[in-house]
Design a protein. Structure first.
Length: 256
């Protein structure tokens, strides 16, 4: 089985004691490729270090995560724009809008998000988009910016059927992770009607571990639990789901 984790922060400090072991557990579990989205200026170096150590099974993205948009966001974006010139990045991410805890930098988040959407269009790169407590505002911006040049993943999608349809109509894929396995996740109710060719898998490690690992630090190897749950809901073999979602990622991010 060949699975791709489209969103993992395995370079995070929470893996400082067993990062190599976590990578090996992922490979042993069939997670043969891991996409690493950036978070802020401080995560660039550890992310690239991991990619250099595991060049065959990792790919990197560059972006400023919305919760990290602060007063100095323009300086950080300038640094990241220069990073993108290196040509080693397969996507722009993790970017987006997040007003769950704090809306202090709302206008700055809007500006950072639109700036990074423009990067993606200019460079022809896919996106990894984070949206929390911002659906209406997110869609307004995406509708304004979508001219056929935007594509990518709505990371950690857990929204309603109507929200899923809006993102699909805008040309995006849905990234499904550990939350899909939770008892109170309503996505399971309409998952069978979603087009399989627009679904990809993710962990968001070290966060949001799936059942039966909920409460633990998440890691890429746990993607197999999410894949099995989704396959069960769709009533297809997990191998079929793995093949389909892997093909989706290869087309979207890796140009295969």
């Amino acid at each position: 089985m060949y699975l791709i984790d489209t969103h993992t922060h395995v370079y995070d400090h929470q893996f400082s004691l067993d990062r190599n072991e976590a990578m090996q557990r992922a490979l042993d579990a069939g997670v043969k490729m891991m996409l690493l989205p950036n978070v802020d200026a401080s995560t660039i170096a550890p992310m690239l270090e991991l990619h250099e150590q595991y060049p065959d099974c990792t790919r990197v993205m560059m972006g400023l995560q919305p919760e990290e948009v602060k007063e100095d966001y323009k300086e950080v974006l300038s640094l990241m724009e220069k990073e993108l010139e290196r040509g080693i990045y397969v996507g722009v991410g993790e970017i987006g809008l997040d007003f769950y805890w704090d809306a202090t930098y709302e206008n700055q988040q809007f500006d950072a998000f639109e700036t990074q959407l423009d990067w993606a269009k200019q460079l022809g790169l896919p996106l990894s988009i984070h949206c929390r407590n911002a659906f209406d505002k997110m869609v307004k911006i995406l509708e304004k910016k979508q001219d056929g040049g935007l594509r990518g993943i709505m990371h950690c999608f857990t929204g309603t059927e109507e929200e899923a349809k809006v993102y699909l109509e805008l040309g995006f894929h849905l990234g499904l992770g550990g939350v899909t396995t939770y008892k109170n996740c309503s996505l399971k109710e309409y998952l069978p009607i979603l087009p399989l060719e627009r679904i990809v898998l993710e962990t968001d490690a070290p966060y949001l571990a799936p059942v039966p690992c909920r409460g633990k630090r998440n890691e890429p190897a746990f993607l197999v639990h999410t894949a099995q749950k989704i396959a069960d809901i769709l009533q297809i073999p997990v191998e079929e789901l793995a093949e389909a979602t892997t093909k989706n990622v290869q087309t979207l991010f890796l140009g295969l």
